[in-house]
Each structure stands twice: as C-alpha cells, then as structure tokens.
Design a protein around this ligand. Structure first.
Ligand code: AMP
Ligand code: ZN
Length: 478
C-alpha cells in the first residue's frame, strides 16, 4: 500500500505517517475565535484539513477529528481580548457574541462542504478541566503564581522552542503579557486574574480570572483524543507562540513526548498579495465569496495550491477554478448519458491503463504531504483524457464506468461536485411533488387506475406512497 508522507513542522522534514494506534488517526485542528464572521483565510485552513481527513478516510483510516471553538482567553498582541472587543462592537455579552458567530461558522463550514468534526469542544465549557491542568502544573513546579495570575515557567523546559526554533535567550520583548513580574519574558499566562465583575471570568482557588489562550487546546485535545495525538494543525501563524506553548504545557502535564506526532501548518491566504484586513478593504467573508462562486469553485481554488504554500485570491484565479469545475461537471453529465448507450464488452485497453495511471498519480500526490495541487492536475488530466475517448466506438461501457469511478473518487477526496448531488436530490423531491399533485387530480377525476399506476411505479423504485384521509404519506426506503 502507498505510504503517506507528511511534512512535520517539528522536524522540518517529510516523515512517513504512522499512527499511535494502527489504522486510527487522531487529528486536532485549532478552531476559530468566534468574535466575528469567518473569512476566506479560515476557509483556506479548514478546506485544506478537510482534504487531509477525507484522504485519510479514503486510505482506510478511521479518523477521530476534533476542531475547537475559542470563545475565551484569546488576546491580541496589544493585550486586548478578542471576545470582549466583539462584545463592545455589538453591545452584547461576549457569550452572546460567541453563540452568534459559532452558529454562523458552522453554517459557513456546511456551505463549503467541510465535514463536521467528530468533536467541536468549546473552551468556555472546559473551565474546570483547565483549572485542574493549571493546578497540576503549579504542583509539578512548571508554573508560578503572581497574585491571581499563573504563568508557565519556560526555563523548566529545556527543549522549549523546538517547534518554532525560537531561542528563549533571544526573547527579550514581552509579547502578549507585558507583566513585569514575570520571571522570564518568554513565560506565558496559563491564567489571568481579573476583577470579579469582568464579563468573562471564573472563580478559582487563586482568585477570579480567565484562562490563557494556549491551555485550552492542550486540555481539550488531551481530553477527547488522548495524551498523545497523531496530527495537530492550524495556520502557520499559530506555530509561535500558540503551538510552541501547547507542546510545553502538554508534555509538562503528562511527562510524555511527543505530545503530537506530526505538526501541520497551512500557508496564509492573501488578497492582492496582502494579508486580509478590514482597513485595507481586501477582507472577504466566506458568505461573500459564496454569493459569486459555487462551493466546488471555492474548494478547487483553495486546493489548487499545496496547503503549506501561500495562496493569493484573485478574480482571475477564481475564474480559472470556475472553468475547471465546469469541465468536470460537464463531463459527469456527459458520462451519465454516454453510459446509457455505450456498448458492453467493447474495450480500449490503452484508455483503461491511462485512467489507472492517473488514479495512481492522484493517490501518490495526496500521499506526498497531501499535495492537492498535483492531485487536481491528475483530475483535470483525467477529464481531458476522458473527453477525448467518450465518443469513440472502441470505448465500451466498462471503460466509461472505470473513468467515471476514478473521477468520482477523486472528487470525493477533494470534496468537489457534492453540491450537484444535493441539487439533484432537491430536484427529485420537486418532481415527486409534481407527480403526487397530478395523481391527486387524477383521483379527483375518478381516474383511479392511472393514480394507482403512479403509486405502483414509485413503489417499485423504493418510494412508498400511502394514502391518508387528506394527504399522502411518503417514505423513501432505498
Ligand atoms: P482565528 O479565528 O484567527 O483564531 O484563526 C483560526 C484558524 O484560521 C487558525 O488556524 C488560523 O491560522 C487560520 N487563519 C486565519 N487567517 C488565515 C489566513 N489569512 N490564511 C490562512 N489561515 C488563516
Ligand atoms: Zn489551538
């Protein structure tokens, strides 16, 4: 079987993918901070990991996937709390803000066809677990108190900096926590004290306050996926300090190394070559983009680049993705028609061998650090090749079925063309409604035999119609 290789940020090299438990992959991806609507940068990161999950499943892994919701403790570099900023902007309680944007985030993820993770834990619902973890770190001597705040002492971890390659001695600037009482500028907050009436605070043995951002992901990932997991992901901006600190805390808590086997990080999505900022006017929400382009087009655009490389949004790139996706859609339609008339038994061995080769190439590309860019190239080449052969007399039904299966499998792994299926389902329901209306009218006119024929033929196709007093009850059994 093809071996999967992944680029591990920890070793900065490609490694053969092996899971702690054979056949099962545990994956944790840092979720959004829900203080505003999700943007195309979120889409980039979560579509990329969606393709990773889908491919692992395609290769036979059982995947346990968790993506959290950050609704407390995420401070900006300036020290301001993102949730509180959202609350001030909307004049609502921060938990109302979290609820609103969490639901919108879920809906955006659905619109993009991103599979729902198995577990979506919310930080604010894990405060007792977080307090336990902080107490444990205090007991073990990895953390110290400064009044009601608790800091992690990085000098207790000799390999601190191993993920980001940052050297503690070089960290002379206080980053997010400019607390002069810290022992070392690199020390980071596990818990921050607050006034008892601060909108987001909890009572602890050491006073009122709220958790630091990093501890939530250590706690939630260990709670649901175990002390050591296979893949942990997020955008490259999370390598330092978020993931560096997660490693330090988690390994200190459990005494087990490594906390994570493979660290995967996505490159930044930029617009017009610049990071998205509301002030630059280049900020694109997922909803805005989906108004102009279908889900498959957005996904094809995002997956056109390997997940680690930066990706720049432009109308031109979107038009290109649109064109490519249209070709795939047209071919799927053409194949469905051609399969109805194709001759069974005819065969073009060269075509079949080339289809197999492209499927192998697709799997090899995905196995090579989930290279969706190359995988898409194989998919588009399969479209081109099949278009050249679809009407040839020597190409038989089995040949077309083989091409169609390969194409559908590739689409399934990349999550493309799925909205077509949903659309077809809606259309089927609409047709069914028309048929039932006509049947009702036939029965009203006394043409019971025609009405019965409709019911019988639907029944033979697994759609059972039962006549109640004033309406029909419909059940689809297969
Ligand atoms: P946030 O909501 O800012 O906490 O980010 C949630 C996730 O989305 C993190 O993994 C970020 O790295 C990722 N992310 C945010 N902005 C971008 C972007 N412009 N490009 C790629 N990933 C991003
Ligand atoms: Zn995280």
């Amino acid at each position: 079987m093809t071996k999967i290789r992944v680029f591990n940020t920890l070793s900065r090299s490609l490694e053969v993918f092996e899971t702690w438990s054979p056949g099962v992959a545990t994956v944790y991806v840092c979720g959004p901070t829900v203080y505003d609507v999700a943007h195309l940068g979120h889409a980039r990161t979560y579509v990329a990991f969606d393709a990773v999950i889908r491919f692992l499943e395609f290769m036979g892994y059982g995947v346990k996937y968790s993506r959290n919701i950050t609704d407390v403790g995420h401070l900006r570099e300036t020290g301001e709390d993102k949730m509180i900023q959202g609350a001030v902007r909307l004049r609502r309680h921060p938990m109302e803000v979290a609820d609103k944007y969490m639901m919108e985030f879920f809906s955006d993820m659905n619109s993009l066809g991103i599979r729902r993770p198995d577990i979506q834990p919310r930080a604010s619902m894990h405060i007792p677990d977080i307090i336990d973890a902080v107490e444990k770190l205090l007991d073990k001597g990895y953390a110290y108190r400064v009044d009601g705040s608790v800091y992690f002492d990085v000098s207790k971890v000799p390999d601190y900096g191993k993920l980001s390659k940052i050297r503690v001695e070089e960290m002379d600037v206080h980053r997010v926590e400019p607390d002069p009482r810290k022992r070392n500028p690199a020390d980071f907050a596990l818990w921050k004290e607050s006034a008892p009436d601060y909108p987001l605070c909890w009572r602890t043995p050491w006073g009122y306050g709220f958790p630091g951002w990093h501890i939530e992901c250590s706690v939630m990932s260990m709670k649901y996926l175990g002390e050591q997991i296979d893949i942990h992901g997020g955008g490259q901006d999370l390598i330092f300090p978020h993931h560096e600190n997660e490693i330090a805390q988690s390994e200190a808590l459990t005494g087990r190394k490594p906390f994570v086997r493979y660290w995967l990080h996505t490159g930044e999505l930029t617009v017009g070559g610049k990071g998205m900022h509301k002030s630059l006017g280049n900020y694109l929400t997922i909803k805005e983009v989906l108004k102009n382009y279908s889900r498959s087009v957005v996904r094809a655009f995002i997956l056109s680049a390997h997940y680690r490389t930066p990706l720049d949004y432009s109308e031109k790139a979107m038009e290109q993705a649109h064109e490519n996706v249209s070709k795939v859609r047209n071919l799927l339609d053409d194949l469905a028609l051609a399969e109805e008339t194709a001759v069974r038994g005819n065969s073009n061995p060269e075509f079949r061998a080339n289809v197999d080769k492209l499927m192998d190439e697709f799997i090899n590309s995905m196995s090579n650090d989930f290279n969706t860019s190359n995988a898409l190239a194989s998919l588009y080449e399969l479209v081109r090749l099949t278009n050249l052969h679809i009407n040839r007399p020597d190409v038989g039904l089995e040949d077309l079925q083989q091409a169609s299966t390969a194409l559908r499998n590739m689409c399934r792994v990349l999550g493309l063309m799925e909205e077509e299926r949903e659309k077809t389902q809606t259309q089927v329901y609409e047709l069914l409604k028309i048929l039932l209306d006509v049947r009702r009218e036939l029965r009203r006119r006394g043409l019971y035999d025609l009405g019965d024929r409709i019911r019988k033929e639907l029944g033979e196709r697994g759609i059972l119609v039962e006549d109640l007093k004033d309406r029909e009850k419909v059940r689809i059994v297969r």
